[in-house]
Design a protein around this ligand. Structure first.
Ligand SMILES: [Zn+2]
Length: 112
């Protein structure tokens, strides 16, 4: 396994490999900013029991994206706050929702 691809990301039937196209960091399938909704869904299922592991994985991806996007646009570079929101801010609430669904709880988890 490389740092770019967790063990089963993108291998779910019918969803496709929602992996980042580097160095532009757009989804290879959706052509939107990665992690796209498909990637977030796959990752939150894959890491449902390990949200800290998902945060660590995505922190590594964020760092790689910062390097790539800074090289593509050296004058202004990417906005670090926007990249944090894009890569990490969604993890805890999304994993909580996924875990509740996997556990069969029809109600959404309480807001933090
Ligand atoms: Zn996608």
């Amino acid at each position: 396994m490389t740092s770019d691809q967790p063990s089963s990301q993108g291998t779910s039937p019918g969803i496709g490999p929602h992996t980042p196209q580097r160095p532009i960091w757009l989804c290879r399938i959706c052509a939107v900013a990665w992690p796209c909704l498909g990637a977030r869904s796959l990752l939150s299922v894959e890491f449902a029991a390990d949200p800290t592991g998902l945060s660590c994985y995505l922190a590594g991806q964020l760092q790689a994206a910062m390097v790539d996007l800074s090289a593509l646009n050296p004058d202004s570079g990417p906005d670090p706050v926007a990249l944090h929101t894009r890569f990490l801010a969604w993890v805890r609430p999304r994993v909580a929702i996924t875990r509740a669904r996997l556990d069969g709880d029809p109600s959404p988890p309480p807001r933090a």
